[in-house]
Design a protein around this ligand. Structure first.
Ligand code: ACM
Ligand code: ZN
Length: 516
Protein backbone atom coordinates (compact mmCIF):
# COMPACT_ATOMS: atom_id res chain seq x y z
CA UNK A 1 0.00 0.00 0.00
CA UNK A 2 1.17 3.51 -0.71
CA UNK A 3 1.68 5.50 2.45
CA UNK A 4 3.91 8.53 2.95
CA UNK A 5 5.70 8.69 5.30
CA UNK A 6 6.38 4.97 5.35
CA UNK A 7 4.97 3.42 8.54
CA UNK A 8 7.42 1.69 10.86
CA UNK A 9 5.61 -1.65 10.54
CA UNK A 10 3.22 -2.66 7.84
CA UNK A 11 1.78 -6.08 7.06
CA UNK A 12 -0.67 -7.06 4.39
CA UNK A 13 -3.55 -9.30 5.45
CA UNK A 14 -5.64 -11.16 2.91
CA UNK A 15 -9.03 -9.77 2.07
CA UNK A 16 -10.29 -6.23 1.84
CA UNK A 17 -12.33 -3.64 3.69
CA UNK A 18 -15.15 -1.51 2.33
CA UNK A 19 -16.87 1.48 3.86
CA UNK A 20 -20.54 1.83 2.95
CA UNK A 21 -23.14 4.33 4.06
CA UNK A 22 -24.23 1.68 6.60
CA UNK A 23 -20.82 1.56 8.30
CA UNK A 24 -20.80 2.82 11.88
CA UNK A 25 -18.15 4.48 14.01
CA UNK A 26 -17.43 3.77 17.65
CA UNK A 27 -15.02 5.99 19.54
CA UNK A 28 -13.82 6.56 23.07
CA UNK A 29 -14.81 10.05 24.18
CA UNK A 30 -11.25 11.36 24.06
CA UNK A 31 -11.07 10.59 20.32
CA UNK A 32 -14.34 12.26 19.38
CA UNK A 33 -12.76 15.03 17.31
CA UNK A 34 -10.51 12.58 15.41
CA UNK A 35 -13.49 10.33 14.71
CA UNK A 36 -15.49 13.32 13.49
CA UNK A 37 -12.60 14.32 11.32
CA UNK A 38 -12.60 10.85 9.79
CA UNK A 39 -16.35 11.03 9.25
CA UNK A 40 -15.92 14.42 7.51
CA UNK A 41 -13.21 13.04 5.23
CA UNK A 42 -15.46 10.14 4.23
CA UNK A 43 -18.30 12.57 3.67
CA UNK A 44 -16.17 14.80 1.41
CA UNK A 45 -14.99 11.77 -0.52
CA UNK A 46 -18.29 9.89 -0.97
CA UNK A 47 -21.08 12.19 0.15
CA UNK A 48 -22.41 10.10 3.00
CA UNK A 49 -22.29 10.89 6.68
CA UNK A 50 -21.42 7.85 8.76
CA UNK A 51 -23.38 7.30 11.96
CA UNK A 52 -21.85 6.86 15.39
CA UNK A 53 -22.78 3.95 17.62
CA UNK A 54 -22.25 3.41 21.32
CA UNK A 55 -22.23 -0.35 20.91
CA UNK A 56 -18.74 -1.38 19.90
CA UNK A 57 -19.92 -4.68 18.37
CA UNK A 58 -22.03 -2.74 15.86
CA UNK A 59 -19.12 -0.64 14.60
CA UNK A 60 -16.98 -1.12 11.51
CA UNK A 61 -14.61 1.72 12.40
CA UNK A 62 -13.35 1.80 15.98
CA UNK A 63 -11.22 4.44 17.69
CA UNK A 64 -10.10 2.93 20.93
CA UNK A 65 -7.85 3.97 23.78
CA UNK A 66 -4.59 2.10 24.41
CA UNK A 67 -3.09 2.10 27.89
CA UNK A 68 0.44 2.07 26.54
CA UNK A 69 2.41 3.66 23.74
CA UNK A 70 4.06 6.97 22.95
CA UNK A 71 1.55 9.76 22.32
CA UNK A 72 2.32 10.01 18.59
CA UNK A 73 2.16 6.27 17.96
CA UNK A 74 -0.85 4.30 16.85
CA UNK A 75 -1.89 0.84 15.74
CA UNK A 76 -4.30 0.29 12.88
CA UNK A 77 -5.77 -3.16 12.34
CA UNK A 78 -8.00 -3.70 9.35
CA UNK A 79 -9.45 -7.20 9.11
CA UNK A 80 -12.74 -9.07 9.08
CA UNK A 81 -14.74 -6.05 8.11
CA UNK A 82 -13.53 -3.83 10.92
CA UNK A 83 -10.89 -1.09 11.05
CA UNK A 84 -9.62 -0.57 14.58
CA UNK A 85 -7.39 2.33 15.59
CA UNK A 86 -5.73 2.22 18.98
CA UNK A 87 -3.56 4.91 20.48
CA UNK A 88 -2.75 6.29 23.88
CA UNK A 89 -3.48 9.86 22.80
CA UNK A 90 -5.49 11.98 20.38
CA UNK A 91 -2.28 12.84 18.47
CA UNK A 92 -1.63 9.20 17.60
CA UNK A 93 -5.28 8.84 16.69
CA UNK A 94 -5.00 11.89 14.42
CA UNK A 95 -2.08 10.27 12.59
CA UNK A 96 -4.03 7.03 12.23
CA UNK A 97 -6.77 9.04 10.52
CA UNK A 98 -4.17 10.51 8.18
CA UNK A 99 -3.00 7.00 7.34
CA UNK A 100 -6.63 6.00 6.72
CA UNK A 101 -7.04 9.05 4.49
CA UNK A 102 -4.21 7.76 2.31
CA UNK A 103 -5.06 4.07 2.18
CA UNK A 104 -8.77 4.71 1.62
CA UNK A 105 -8.05 7.49 -0.92
CA UNK A 106 -10.25 9.90 0.98
CA UNK A 107 -8.74 12.87 -0.87
CA UNK A 108 -10.54 11.58 -3.98
CA UNK A 109 -14.19 11.52 -4.94
CA UNK A 110 -15.44 7.92 -4.93
CA UNK A 111 -18.50 5.78 -4.22
CA UNK A 112 -17.16 3.33 -1.65
CA UNK A 113 -13.78 3.71 0.01
CA UNK A 114 -11.97 0.39 -0.13
CA UNK A 115 -8.58 -0.91 0.95
CA UNK A 116 -6.75 -4.16 1.42
CA UNK A 117 -6.74 -5.55 4.95
CA UNK A 118 -3.59 -4.69 6.82
CA UNK A 119 -1.85 -4.18 10.13
CA UNK A 120 0.05 -0.94 10.77
CA UNK A 121 2.07 -0.20 13.90
CA UNK A 122 3.53 3.23 13.57
CA UNK A 123 5.49 5.86 15.43
CA UNK A 124 7.80 8.69 14.38
CA UNK A 125 11.56 8.43 14.08
CA UNK A 126 11.95 12.06 15.20
CA UNK A 127 9.93 14.28 17.50
CA UNK A 128 10.85 17.39 15.47
CA UNK A 129 9.47 17.20 11.94
CA UNK A 130 9.58 20.76 10.77
CA UNK A 131 9.23 23.14 7.90
CA UNK A 132 10.44 26.73 7.84
CA UNK A 133 8.53 29.19 5.69
CA UNK A 134 10.26 32.48 5.02
CA UNK A 135 7.42 34.99 5.10
CA UNK A 136 9.84 37.91 5.44
CA UNK A 137 11.38 37.95 1.95
CA UNK A 138 7.92 37.47 0.50
CA UNK A 139 4.74 37.66 2.48
CA UNK A 140 2.16 34.86 2.17
CA UNK A 141 -1.42 35.21 3.31
CA UNK A 142 -3.24 33.26 6.02
CA UNK A 143 -4.95 30.93 3.55
CA UNK A 144 -1.62 29.93 2.04
CA UNK A 145 -0.24 29.13 5.48
CA UNK A 146 -3.36 27.11 6.28
CA UNK A 147 -2.91 25.13 3.09
CA UNK A 148 0.71 24.45 4.05
CA UNK A 149 -0.43 23.31 7.49
CA UNK A 150 -2.97 20.97 5.87
CA UNK A 151 -0.34 19.48 3.60
CA UNK A 152 2.15 19.17 6.46
CA UNK A 153 -0.31 17.38 8.71
CA UNK A 154 -1.28 14.94 5.95
CA UNK A 155 2.31 13.66 6.00
CA UNK A 156 2.67 13.88 9.78
CA UNK A 157 4.94 16.94 9.96
CA UNK A 158 4.45 18.84 13.20
CA UNK A 159 6.48 22.07 13.41
CA UNK A 160 5.84 25.14 11.30
CA UNK A 161 8.70 27.58 11.78
CA UNK A 162 7.75 31.06 10.62
CA UNK A 163 10.73 33.21 9.66
CA UNK A 164 8.82 36.38 10.49
CA UNK A 165 11.53 39.01 10.30
CA UNK A 166 14.48 39.81 8.11
CA UNK A 167 16.27 42.68 6.40
CA UNK A 168 13.50 42.83 3.79
CA UNK A 169 10.46 42.87 6.05
CA UNK A 170 9.07 42.59 9.58
CA UNK A 171 5.81 40.67 9.36
CA UNK A 172 4.25 40.57 12.80
CA UNK A 173 1.98 43.12 14.47
CA UNK A 174 3.72 44.53 17.54
CA UNK A 175 1.49 46.94 19.42
CA UNK A 176 4.24 48.69 21.31
CA UNK A 177 6.19 49.54 18.16
CA UNK A 178 3.70 50.42 15.43
CA UNK A 179 6.44 51.52 13.05
CA UNK A 180 7.47 47.87 12.80
CA UNK A 181 4.23 47.50 10.91
CA UNK A 182 3.90 50.86 9.19
CA UNK A 183 7.53 51.10 8.08
CA UNK A 184 9.27 47.73 8.51
CA UNK A 185 6.68 45.66 6.65
CA UNK A 186 6.94 47.69 3.44
CA UNK A 187 9.76 47.76 0.92
CA UNK A 188 10.02 49.72 -2.27
CA UNK A 189 11.14 46.94 -4.58
CA UNK A 190 12.77 43.54 -4.81
CA UNK A 191 15.84 42.00 -6.36
CA UNK A 192 14.65 39.80 -9.22
CA UNK A 193 16.19 37.51 -11.84
CA UNK A 194 14.19 37.98 -14.99
CA UNK A 195 14.66 38.27 -18.74
CA UNK A 196 18.30 37.31 -18.50
CA UNK A 197 19.09 40.01 -15.95
CA UNK A 198 19.39 40.41 -12.20
CA UNK A 199 18.12 43.79 -11.05
CA UNK A 200 16.04 45.58 -8.44
CA UNK A 201 12.53 46.21 -9.67
CA UNK A 202 10.42 48.98 -8.22
CA UNK A 203 7.30 47.02 -7.34
CA UNK A 204 6.57 47.64 -3.66
CA UNK A 205 6.08 44.59 -1.47
CA UNK A 206 4.39 44.62 1.91
CA UNK A 207 2.37 42.68 4.45
CA UNK A 208 2.28 41.55 8.03
CA UNK A 209 0.16 39.26 10.20
CA UNK A 210 -2.17 40.90 12.64
CA UNK A 211 -2.41 39.33 16.06
CA UNK A 212 -5.85 37.97 15.24
CA UNK A 213 -4.47 36.34 12.11
CA UNK A 214 -1.66 34.73 14.10
CA UNK A 215 -4.20 33.40 16.60
CA UNK A 216 -6.19 31.99 13.70
CA UNK A 217 -3.11 30.30 12.22
CA UNK A 218 -2.00 28.93 15.58
CA UNK A 219 -5.46 27.51 16.32
CA UNK A 220 -5.74 25.98 12.85
CA UNK A 221 -2.30 24.42 13.23
CA UNK A 222 -3.04 23.18 16.73
CA UNK A 223 -6.09 21.26 15.52
CA UNK A 224 -3.70 19.49 13.16
CA UNK A 225 -0.98 18.86 15.75
CA UNK A 226 1.33 21.45 14.26
CA UNK A 227 3.17 23.85 16.58
CA UNK A 228 3.94 27.28 15.15
CA UNK A 229 7.42 28.46 16.08
CA UNK A 230 8.07 32.19 15.66
CA UNK A 231 11.50 33.40 14.60
CA UNK A 232 12.65 36.92 15.40
CA UNK A 233 16.05 36.98 13.71
CA UNK A 234 18.71 39.02 15.54
CA UNK A 235 21.17 40.71 15.77
CA UNK A 236 21.69 40.26 12.00
CA UNK A 237 18.95 40.18 9.39
CA UNK A 238 17.42 43.07 11.32
CA UNK A 239 17.49 45.93 8.79
CA UNK A 240 13.71 46.17 8.37
CA UNK A 241 13.36 46.95 12.09
CA UNK A 242 16.34 49.33 11.99
CA UNK A 243 14.70 51.22 9.12
CA UNK A 244 11.90 52.14 11.52
CA UNK A 245 14.03 52.52 14.65
CA UNK A 246 17.49 53.70 13.48
CA UNK A 247 18.52 54.47 17.06
CA UNK A 248 18.95 50.70 17.51
CA UNK A 249 21.75 50.49 14.93
CA UNK A 250 25.38 51.21 15.74
CA UNK A 251 25.76 54.00 13.19
CA UNK A 252 22.25 55.37 13.84
CA UNK A 253 21.96 56.33 10.21
CA UNK A 254 18.68 56.15 8.34
CA UNK A 255 18.30 52.89 6.42
CA UNK A 256 15.63 51.66 4.07
CA UNK A 257 13.94 48.28 4.28
CA UNK A 258 16.33 46.26 2.17
CA UNK A 259 15.35 45.45 -1.42
CA UNK A 260 18.27 43.16 -2.20
CA UNK A 261 19.05 39.74 -0.76
CA UNK A 262 22.27 38.59 0.88
CA UNK A 263 23.85 39.69 4.13
CA UNK A 264 23.74 43.20 5.54
CA UNK A 265 26.49 44.65 7.72
CA UNK A 266 23.91 46.75 9.53
CA UNK A 267 22.85 44.81 12.62
CA UNK A 268 21.29 45.48 16.00
CA UNK A 269 23.65 47.41 18.32
CA UNK A 270 24.74 45.26 21.26
CA UNK A 271 26.05 48.17 23.32
CA UNK A 272 22.89 50.22 23.44
CA UNK A 273 20.56 49.41 26.36
CA UNK A 274 17.64 50.47 24.18
CA UNK A 275 18.27 47.41 22.00
CA UNK A 276 17.71 45.09 24.93
CA UNK A 277 14.58 46.90 26.11
CA UNK A 278 13.19 46.94 22.58
CA UNK A 279 13.72 43.23 21.94
CA UNK A 280 12.32 42.32 25.36
CA UNK A 281 9.19 44.31 24.57
CA UNK A 282 8.86 42.50 21.25
CA UNK A 283 9.41 39.13 22.95
CA UNK A 284 6.69 39.96 25.49
CA UNK A 285 4.20 40.16 22.65
CA UNK A 286 5.65 37.18 20.77
CA UNK A 287 5.57 34.95 23.85
CA UNK A 288 2.03 36.02 24.61
CA UNK A 289 0.86 35.29 21.08
CA UNK A 290 2.55 31.96 20.31
CA UNK A 291 1.89 29.05 22.68
CA UNK A 292 4.94 27.23 21.30
CA UNK A 293 7.49 25.99 23.83
CA UNK A 294 10.21 27.43 21.59
CA UNK A 295 11.08 30.86 20.26
CA UNK A 296 13.70 31.06 17.51
CA UNK A 297 16.10 33.97 17.89
CA UNK A 298 17.95 33.53 14.59
CA UNK A 299 21.54 34.57 15.19
CA UNK A 300 22.77 33.63 11.71
CA UNK A 301 24.93 35.68 9.39
CA UNK A 302 25.66 38.60 11.68
CA UNK A 303 28.86 40.30 10.49
CA UNK A 304 30.53 42.25 13.25
CA UNK A 305 31.89 45.17 11.19
CA UNK A 306 29.53 47.71 12.78
CA UNK A 307 30.11 46.44 16.30
CA UNK A 308 33.88 46.82 15.79
CA UNK A 309 33.40 50.50 14.98
CA UNK A 310 30.81 51.28 17.63
CA UNK A 311 31.72 53.09 20.84
CA UNK A 312 28.80 51.58 22.77
CA UNK A 313 29.56 48.04 21.58
CA UNK A 314 33.23 48.39 22.53
CA UNK A 315 32.32 49.78 25.93
CA UNK A 316 30.00 46.83 26.45
CA UNK A 317 32.84 44.46 25.59
CA UNK A 318 35.10 46.19 28.14
CA UNK A 319 32.40 46.04 30.79
CA UNK A 320 31.89 42.32 30.14
CA UNK A 321 35.66 41.75 29.94
CA UNK A 322 35.41 39.94 26.63
CA UNK A 323 37.44 40.57 23.53
CA UNK A 324 35.64 38.48 20.95
CA UNK A 325 32.70 40.01 19.09
CA UNK A 326 31.06 36.61 18.71
CA UNK A 327 31.03 36.38 22.50
CA UNK A 328 29.19 39.70 22.54
CA UNK A 329 26.49 38.06 20.45
CA UNK A 330 26.50 35.13 22.89
CA UNK A 331 25.98 37.61 25.72
CA UNK A 332 23.11 39.28 23.89
CA UNK A 333 21.37 35.99 23.12
CA UNK A 334 21.83 34.89 26.73
CA UNK A 335 20.04 38.00 28.00
CA UNK A 336 17.05 37.13 25.83
CA UNK A 337 17.26 33.42 26.61
CA UNK A 338 16.99 34.18 30.32
CA UNK A 339 14.16 36.57 29.67
CA UNK A 340 12.26 33.94 27.71
CA UNK A 341 13.07 31.23 30.23
CA UNK A 342 11.20 33.27 32.85
CA UNK A 343 8.22 33.03 30.54
CA UNK A 344 8.64 29.25 30.27
CA UNK A 345 10.11 29.39 26.76
CA UNK A 346 13.17 27.72 25.27
CA UNK A 347 15.36 29.22 22.59
CA UNK A 348 16.56 27.94 19.23
CA UNK A 349 19.42 29.61 17.30
CA UNK A 350 21.06 28.94 13.96
CA UNK A 351 24.32 27.10 14.57
CA UNK A 352 26.55 29.85 13.14
CA UNK A 353 25.25 32.17 15.85
CA UNK A 354 26.34 29.93 18.71
CA UNK A 355 29.80 29.97 20.26
CA UNK A 356 30.92 27.09 22.46
CA UNK A 357 30.15 29.19 25.53
CA UNK A 358 26.51 29.70 24.54
CA UNK A 359 24.11 28.30 27.14
CA UNK A 360 23.68 24.55 26.73
CA UNK A 361 19.89 24.82 26.80
CA UNK A 362 19.83 26.64 23.47
CA UNK A 363 18.85 24.31 20.66
CA UNK A 364 21.11 24.57 17.63
CA UNK A 365 19.54 24.50 14.20
CA UNK A 366 22.41 23.30 12.05
CA UNK A 367 22.16 24.66 8.53
CA UNK A 368 25.80 25.16 7.63
CA UNK A 369 28.29 22.88 9.29
CA UNK A 370 31.77 24.05 9.92
CA UNK A 371 34.60 23.07 12.18
CA UNK A 372 33.51 23.17 15.80
CA UNK A 373 29.91 23.98 14.96
CA UNK A 374 27.98 21.09 13.53
CA UNK A 375 25.63 18.33 14.59
CA UNK A 376 28.53 16.14 15.74
CA UNK A 377 30.16 18.73 18.00
CA UNK A 378 26.94 20.16 19.36
CA UNK A 379 25.41 16.79 20.24
CA UNK A 380 28.68 15.76 21.84
CA UNK A 381 28.51 18.82 24.07
CA UNK A 382 25.02 17.72 25.07
CA UNK A 383 23.28 20.35 22.99
CA UNK A 384 20.06 19.46 21.23
CA UNK A 385 20.09 19.99 17.48
CA UNK A 386 17.66 20.31 14.61
CA UNK A 387 19.19 19.17 11.36
CA UNK A 388 18.64 21.51 8.38
CA UNK A 389 21.66 21.24 6.08
CA UNK A 390 21.18 23.76 3.29
CA UNK A 391 22.49 21.41 0.63
CA UNK A 392 19.73 18.89 1.34
CA UNK A 393 16.79 20.65 2.92
CA UNK A 394 16.68 24.19 1.49
CA UNK A 395 13.73 24.19 -0.85
CA UNK A 396 14.04 27.72 -2.18
CA UNK A 397 16.82 26.48 -4.41
CA UNK A 398 16.05 25.08 -7.88
CA UNK A 399 15.48 21.35 -8.16
CA UNK A 400 18.47 21.27 -10.49
CA UNK A 401 20.60 22.24 -7.52
CA UNK A 402 18.73 20.26 -4.86
CA UNK A 403 16.92 17.39 -6.55
CA UNK A 404 14.43 15.27 -4.66
CA UNK A 405 16.91 12.38 -4.55
CA UNK A 406 19.45 14.62 -2.85
CA UNK A 407 17.00 15.54 -0.11
CA UNK A 408 16.14 11.88 0.33
CA UNK A 409 19.79 10.97 0.78
CA UNK A 410 20.22 13.14 3.87
CA UNK A 411 21.69 11.22 6.76
CA UNK A 412 20.49 13.16 9.82
CA UNK A 413 23.02 11.39 12.05
CA UNK A 414 26.03 12.19 9.90
CA UNK A 415 29.06 12.36 12.18
CA UNK A 416 26.91 11.96 15.32
CA UNK A 417 28.07 9.23 17.68
CA UNK A 418 25.36 6.66 18.49
CA UNK A 419 25.54 7.68 22.14
CA UNK A 420 24.64 11.27 21.20
CA UNK A 421 21.86 10.53 18.75
CA UNK A 422 19.16 11.28 21.28
CA UNK A 423 20.29 14.92 21.05
CA UNK A 424 19.09 15.09 17.46
CA UNK A 425 15.56 16.37 17.93
CA UNK A 426 14.80 15.98 14.28
CA UNK A 427 14.81 17.52 10.84
CA UNK A 428 13.54 20.73 9.36
CA UNK A 429 13.22 21.73 5.73
CA UNK A 430 13.24 25.40 4.77
CA UNK A 431 11.60 27.26 1.98
CA UNK A 432 13.45 30.56 1.70
CA UNK A 433 11.54 32.90 -0.55
CA UNK A 434 13.94 35.41 -2.07
CA UNK A 435 12.92 34.15 -5.52
CA UNK A 436 9.44 32.91 -4.64
CA UNK A 437 6.91 35.66 -5.11
CA UNK A 438 3.66 33.74 -5.47
CA UNK A 439 1.82 30.97 -3.66
CA UNK A 440 1.92 28.81 -6.79
CA UNK A 441 5.68 29.09 -6.97
CA UNK A 442 5.91 28.40 -3.24
CA UNK A 443 4.00 25.14 -3.64
CA UNK A 444 6.04 24.28 -6.72
CA UNK A 445 9.24 24.52 -4.67
CA UNK A 446 7.67 22.68 -1.77
CA UNK A 447 5.94 19.78 -3.48
CA UNK A 448 6.86 16.99 -3.51
CA UNK A 449 9.90 17.89 -1.40
CA UNK A 450 7.56 18.03 1.58
CA UNK A 451 6.88 14.32 1.12
CA UNK A 452 10.59 13.53 1.10
CA UNK A 453 11.04 15.63 4.21
CA UNK A 454 8.25 13.76 5.98
CA UNK A 455 9.74 10.44 4.96
CA UNK A 456 13.13 11.49 6.40
CA UNK A 457 11.65 12.77 9.62
CA UNK A 458 9.15 10.00 10.32
CA UNK A 459 10.26 6.77 8.65
CA UNK A 460 13.09 4.40 9.32
CA UNK A 461 12.87 2.72 5.94
CA UNK A 462 12.60 4.71 2.71
CA UNK A 463 12.18 1.69 0.43
CA UNK A 464 9.70 2.28 -2.37
CA UNK A 465 9.45 6.02 -1.77
CA UNK A 466 8.89 6.92 -5.41
CA UNK A 467 6.16 4.31 -5.85
CA UNK A 468 4.45 5.47 -2.67
CA UNK A 469 4.77 9.07 -3.82
CA UNK A 470 2.64 8.53 -6.93
CA UNK A 471 -0.78 8.95 -5.22
CA UNK A 472 0.44 12.13 -3.54
CA UNK A 473 1.37 13.57 -6.94
CA UNK A 474 -2.00 12.48 -8.33
CA UNK A 475 -3.66 14.25 -5.42
CA UNK A 476 -1.73 17.48 -5.98
CA UNK A 477 -2.73 17.36 -9.63
CA UNK A 478 -6.42 16.62 -8.96
CA UNK A 479 -6.65 19.24 -6.23
CA UNK A 480 -5.09 21.86 -8.50
CA UNK A 481 -2.16 22.40 -6.15
CA UNK A 482 0.97 23.57 -7.91
CA UNK A 483 3.84 21.06 -7.72
CA UNK A 484 6.91 20.02 -9.67
CA UNK A 485 5.68 17.38 -12.12
CA UNK A 486 9.25 16.46 -13.06
CA UNK A 487 10.60 16.19 -9.54
CA UNK A 488 10.98 12.42 -9.65
CA UNK A 489 13.14 12.69 -12.78
CA UNK A 490 16.68 13.62 -11.96
CA UNK A 491 16.99 17.07 -13.52
CA UNK A 492 18.95 17.30 -16.74
CA UNK A 493 21.64 19.96 -17.16
CA UNK A 494 21.88 20.52 -13.46
CA UNK A 495 24.66 23.07 -13.45
CA UNK A 496 23.36 24.93 -16.48
CA UNK A 497 19.82 25.10 -15.08
CA UNK A 498 21.03 26.20 -11.65
CA UNK A 499 23.07 28.95 -13.29
CA UNK A 500 20.07 29.97 -15.35
CA UNK A 501 17.91 30.15 -12.22
CA UNK A 502 20.32 32.58 -10.55
CA UNK A 503 21.33 34.54 -13.65
CA UNK A 504 18.58 34.49 -16.27
CA UNK A 505 15.24 33.61 -14.75
CA UNK A 506 14.24 32.26 -11.36
CA UNK A 507 11.12 30.92 -13.14
CA UNK A 508 13.11 28.57 -15.38
CA UNK A 509 11.89 25.36 -13.73
CA UNK A 510 8.55 26.71 -12.56
CA UNK A 511 7.52 27.70 -16.09
CA UNK A 512 8.55 24.36 -17.52
CA UNK A 513 7.55 21.83 -14.86
CA UNK A 514 4.55 23.22 -13.04
CA UNK A 515 2.18 22.53 -15.93
CA UNK A 516 1.08 19.30 -17.57
C1 ACM B 1 20.30 30.73 7.01
O1 ACM B 1 20.11 30.07 5.99
N1 ACM B 1 20.88 31.92 6.96
C2 ACM B 1 19.89 30.23 8.30
ZN1 ZN C 1 26.84 49.13 18.56
Amino acid sequence: MNIIPNPQNFENISGSFVITDDSKIFCNAEFASQAERFRDLVNESCGFLLQFTEVIEEAQIIFSHAEEGEPESYVLMIAQGVATVTSSSPVGCFYAVETLRQILHLNEKQEQPTCANCYVKDSPKFAWRGLLVDVARHFFDVDTLKQIIDLMSQVKLNKLHLHLTDDQGFRLQIDKYPLLNDVSSVRGGSEVVKDGKRYVDDTPHSGYYTKDQIREIVAYASERNVDVIPEIDLPGHFVAALAAYPELSCARQVLEVRKTWGISKDILCAGNEQSYAFVKDVLDEVAELFPSEYVHLGGDEAPKDRWCNCKLCREKMAELKINDYDELQTYMIEIFRQYLEEKGKKVICWNDGLTSSANGEIVSQVWKSYKGSNAATHTKQGRKVIVSPFFYTYFGFPYAMTPLGKTLRLNPFKGVKPANRANVLGIEGAVWTEYIDSADKLFFHLLPRLDALAELAWSSNKTGFYKRLKPRLDYYGQAGISFNRKATKYPALRIATTRKFFRRSSDVEFNKNSKN
